[in-house]
Design a protein around this ligand. Structure first.
Ligand code: R5P
Length: 282
């Protein structure tokens, strides 16, 4: 039984179509005081259940915890949790004294009422170790690489060294050259991308990252590439958070940009449903 969470309705329905398994939708509302209510819209008693629910923004994280509780309360036989975009993944360790390890707190809570966990392009795969149940990270890079081929790129690029393995994987999949830029984060909204000796003159470049949040990283990378003579610059990411006015700024900065449906939005041109399908049936 597929349990389609309120954060992932389109993805959930795509998975349902591909797997042809029964599903239950989840009703959710917010009370005037801000508290959240969820209700399963069907019978899960005795069923092996798989929840699909992204945890961004915060409301959807709380919903996930309540959906797990509702499944236990209503007699589900087993529970798999698929969180296509796992929020707080950038707070995966204590960077400064006094901080919480937010990604661990969430993992421990999810583990309380589930038998297995899956996510897509976790920002830090070390998070898997925080789970007390079997936990898995799936890569959407082959899907993003395939989509990038539409632009006939000369080069695939990561905006920072942290994405080196991801970009190599994508580039090898479609047999294209790859490289990465050197990025320094100044603060939450500002990054600096160092110009690098790299010949992009007249080229079509596709930049791929795991997350676009404020768009700062991608926009800075694009401006460097155009300065260096790139002909076309396209951007793709797995998780499009697109906070504030970043969508508008991204539209002005790139020839095009796209993301997957781990967070559903107008730019979700690539679906991770085929990736998740086999995990649900397995
Ligand atoms: C950071 O290491 C991530 O991979 C992304 O590059 C980052 O989260 C993007 O954030 P923003 O869009 O705010 O620059």
């Amino acid at each position: 039984m597929l349990v389609i969470g309120p954060a992932s309705p389109a993805l959930g329905r795509r998975i349902k179509k591909e797997t042809e398994i029964d599903s239950v939708e989840v009703k959710s509302k917010i009370f005037p005081d801000g508290e959240i209510y969820v209700k399963l819209d069907g019978d899960v008693s005795g069923k092996h259940c798989t929840i699909v629910q992204t945890t961004y923004p915060n409301r959807h994280l709380i919903e996930l915890f309540f959906i797990q509780d509702a499944l236990i309360e209503n007699g589900a036989r087993s529970i798999k949790v698929i969180v296509p975009y796992y929020s707080y993944s950038r707070q995966d360790k204590r960077f400064e004294k006094g901080e919480a390890i937010s990604a661990r707190a969430i993992a421990e809570h999810i583990s309380l009422h589930s038998d297995a966990f899956y996510s897509v392009d976790l920002h830090a795969t070390g998070i898997l170790d925080y789970f007390k149940i079997p936990s898995h990270n799936l890569s959407s890079m082959p899907l993003l690489a395939e989509h990038s081929e539409l632009y006939d790129p000369d080069l695939l690029l990561s905006p920072d060294e942290g994405g080196k393995d991801r970009i190599r994987m994508a580039a090898e999949d479609i047999d294209k050259p790859w490289d990465y830029l050197e990025k320094t984060r100044i603060d939450g909204k500002t990054v600096e991308v160092k110009p690098k000796r790299m010949d992009v003159e007249g080229m079509t470049v596709v930049i791929l990252d795991d997350i676009i949040s404020t768009g700062g990283t991608m926009i800075e990378a694009a401006s460097k590439l155009y300065e260096m003579g790139a002909d076309e610059v396209h951007a793709g990411c797995t998780h499009g958070l697109f906070v504030g006015d970043s969508l508008e700024r991204l539209k002005k900065s790139f020839d095009s940009f796209f993301c997957t449906d781990t967070i559903e939005c107008e730019q979700s041109e690539v679906s991770v449903a085929p990736l998740l399908k086999e995990k649900i049936l397995g």
